[in-house]
Ligand binder design. Structure first.
Ligand SMILES: Nc1ncnc2c1ncn2[C@@H]1O[C@H](COP(=O)(O)OP(=O)(O)O)[C@@H](O)[C@H]1O
Ligand SMILES: [Mg+2]
Length: 238
């Protein structure tokens, strides 16, 4: 995915001015930034849900997942996944088996029959992830997918998402306002500036920093310092 010199305005207020960003195939990148820094706008542009005002965006077709599962409530968990398989062109006779494989992958092997309201928030996000994977696209864009969940459920889903990323080889771009989450998941953390329309910082995350609480905490502190400067710098001028 290659973004070069991206500009984007809303009502002539710039969100991005000359943003450059490249992400390699198979990479797991986390985007952090203050509220209103343009994280969702960037994902939407990459997904083709919004347009850029200038610059170039080269990205393969993406599957997108949001904070709310946006599952269809009149369908079962399996029905939601199967529908995505249908849209992805998977033949009818293969869909049931493929749906079960995806339910297994997100660790819900026995929940296919359940309606959306019979699933916990964490289970709903697992089904939404299975549905996104059903679209069979190499790029997965996730906009605060775990922000509405309790921390224990979130920790489980972090482990599962890492396993799924390794198993499927997808490129993943995940937005979060949680620096710890970004370090837990990302190979690279990118901080969007709050007022200059570009990138304020970028860090590579080592395996030690990802899995060792002490090493991770030190990096988190570094990133939080820049993030706070961004957010408070903005507050100071407005
Ligand atoms: N559809 C829209 N119309 C007008 N302004 C918008 C729209 N979407 C986002 N914005 C503005 O663009 C900026 C970036 O928003 P957003 O990408 O949602 O930020 P984030 O996801 O980082 O919180 C904010 O100032 C927001 O108010
Ligand atoms: Mg957002």
């Amino acid at each position: 995915m290659e973004i070069a010199n991206l500009s984007k305005n809303f009502a002539s207020i710039p969100v991005f001015e000359g943003l450059d960003l490249s992400i390699s195939s198979g990479e797991f990148v986390c985007l952090v930034g203050g509220s209103g820094s343009g994280k969702s706008t960037l994902l939407n542009i990459v997904a083709g849900l919004d347009h850029a005002d200038g610059g170039t965006v080269l990205a393969p077709p993406a599957a997108v997942m949001f904070q709310e599962s946006a599952l269809l409530p009149w369908l079962s968990a399996a029905g939601n996944i199967s529908l995505a398989l249908k849209f992805a062109g998977v033949p009818r006779q293969d869909r049931q088996q493929r749906t079960q494989e995806l339910l297994n992958l997100v660790r819900l092997p026995d929940a296919g029959y359940r309606l959306v309201h019979q699933l916990s928030g964490g289970m709903q996000q697992r089904v939404a992830l299975a549905r996104a994977l059903a679209q069979n696209r190499s790029l997965l864009l996730m906009d605060e997918p775990f922000s509405a969940l309790d921390s224990i459920t979130r920790d489980f889903l972090h482990d599962e998402l890492e396993d799924i990323w390794r198993a499927t080889g997808r490129t993943i771009v995940l937005v979060t306002h949680n620096v710890r989450e970004a370090i837990r998941l990302g190979q690279r953390v990118i901080l969007l500036a709050s007022d200059q329309g570009s990138i304020a910082g970028e860090w590579r995350v080592s395996d030690t920093q990802r899995h060792d609480a002490v090493a991770g905490a030190a990096l988190a502190e570094t990133i939080r310092t820049v993030l706070h400067r961004e957010v408070h710098g903005l507050a100071a001028v407005s």
